[in-house]
Design a protein around this ligand. Structure first.
Ligand code: HEM
Ligand SMILES: *[C@@H]1O[C@H](CO)[C@@H](O)[C@H](O)[C@H]1NC(C)=O
Ligand SMILES: *[C@@H]1O[C@H](CO)[C@@H](O)[C@H](O)[C@H]1NC(C)=O
Ligand SMILES: *[C@@H]1O[C@H](CO)[C@@H](O)[C@H](O)[C@H]1NC(C)=O
Length: 327
């Protein structure tokens, strides 16, 4: 029993040391020109609006580079503190907040826990500010709303960059798969051309498509990918779920399967070349989030794969190891 956890602790510690932490907290200031940010007291409350009260992070609370998780925390659907996110917490709050399925929450949550510099001794969790770490699991260049590491501030919302995405939606009221695909690909080509250190591996290729599929699915429809643009803007610009605008969590859940299918459609619309050997879709999305090579299926990231065993992201083997390590 002890020796199993000892080996895994060692493995994960080695992995963590590859990412000396930036520990940057995402700044929320001065980037919301669309609407003045309301005071907490005057924003929606369960009493007035029948939806969870919203306010941005306050002292001692932390946020991430992810507009989805930040929005959920701002409504206290996921813990408002931004701290101590475990797989069971994520499964519950992503389901309640955005109707995201447990299958996706488990694998993406596992990749999130990989950002914790010391995940095992302290339990299998992450704090939102740990996701700011410039690691190779989720963080990548060519984001929709932030600058690359070498061309600007890589963790804060960047209006200039987001405007270059919104420009594609000019005159439209809904975000759609064909237009979202072109807007995403433009971000990739733009940074590829101007960022001398642009980094874009198959892992990042797949996750970047996944993030576009996520906003279309959760702000709109996980099957058609049609999402009212004002909902999408609320998510990115205010990190607020757009209840006030009429949004409700989609009735159809967002799962690895639905995301995989949408990623394929997005790629078809962008015309971007798929990295050699990669078969886009549900399996490659799962593969990269649990440390497997998306082309060969071989273990590429030993530490992430070990973690996936513990969180249950691999299946039944996970439960066995979880009981061995007592977490
Ligand atoms: C445990 C769950 C999740 C984790 C650990 C996570 C983590 C992350 C991280 C680290 C990034 C930054 C990637 C980068 O651009 O470098 C990101 C981006 C993003 N996430 Fe999440 N995320 C999660 C769930 C969700 C959900 C449920 C949504 C639904 C709306 C979402 C929507 C997005 C979007 C749209 C982006 C792209 C932001 C951009 O390119 O500017 N995420 N996520
Ligand atoms: C780009 O990467 C190279 C080598 O990895 C590094 O020496 C250089 O400092 C980086 N440039 C910037 C602007 O970060
Ligand atoms: C926003 O992005 C643009 C384009 O990459 C960059 O020139 C600018 O410095 C960024 N702003 C911040 C605050 O990083
Ligand atoms: C990311 O942005 C921060 C703040 O601008 C900067 O200090 C850091 O060097 C950038 N790059 C990386 C790789 O973290």
């Amino acid at each position: 029993m002890k020796s199993v956890s000892f080996v895994l602790v060692g493995l994960l510690a080695q992995y963590a040391s590859a990412f000396p932490g930036m520990g940057n907290m995402r700044k929320e200031a001065g980037v919301l020109p669309r609407k003045p940010v309301a005071e907490p007291a005057s924003t929606s409350s369960s009493a007035s609006g029948n939806y969870p009260a919203w306010h941005p992070a306050q002292k001692g609370e932390v946020r991430s580079p992810c507009p989805g998780l930040n929005s959920l925390a701002n409504h206290d659907i996921c813990p408002r503190s931004g701290k101590g996110y475990t797989i069971p917490i994520l499964i519950d709050c992503l389901k309640r907040g955005l109707n995201v399925g447990a299958d996706f929450s488990t694998v993406v949550g596992t990749a999130g826990i990989a950002s914790n510099p010391n995940p095992l001794p302290s339990g299998l969790y992450f704090d939102l500010d740990m996701l700011d770490r410039h690691d190779f699991v989720i963080e990548h260049d060519g984001s929709l709303s932030r600058a690359d590491a070498t061309t600007g501030d890589n963790h804060s919302f960047n209006q200039t960059i987001w405007d270059s995405v919104l420009a594609y939606y000019s005159g439209m009221t809904d975000a759609t798969i064909p237009v979202a695909a072109k807007a995403r690909y433009n971000r990739i080509s733009t940074e590829a051309a101007r960022d001398p250190n642009f980094s874009y591996s198959p892992v990042q290729f797949i996750l970047s498509y996944g993030e576009t599929a996520l906003y279309l699915s959760t702000m709109g429809d996980p099957i058609t990918g049609v999402a009212p643009l004002e909902y999408v803007r609320s998510l990115f610009e205010e990190e607020k779920l757009p209840y006030e605008l009429g949004w409700q969590p989609p009735k159809v859940p967002t799962t690895l399967a639905s995301l995989g299918a949408m990623v394929l459609q997005l790629n078809a619309e962008s015309g971007e070349t798929i990295p050699e050997g990669v078969i886009l879709g549900e399996n490659s999305l799962r593969a990269v989030l649990i440390g497997l090579n998306a082309a060969t299926g071989e273990i590429e990231n030993n530490a992430l794969y070990a973690l996936a065993k513990l969180t249950g992201a691999l299946g039944s083997l996970g439960g066995t190891l979880k009981s061995l390590t007592g977490s």
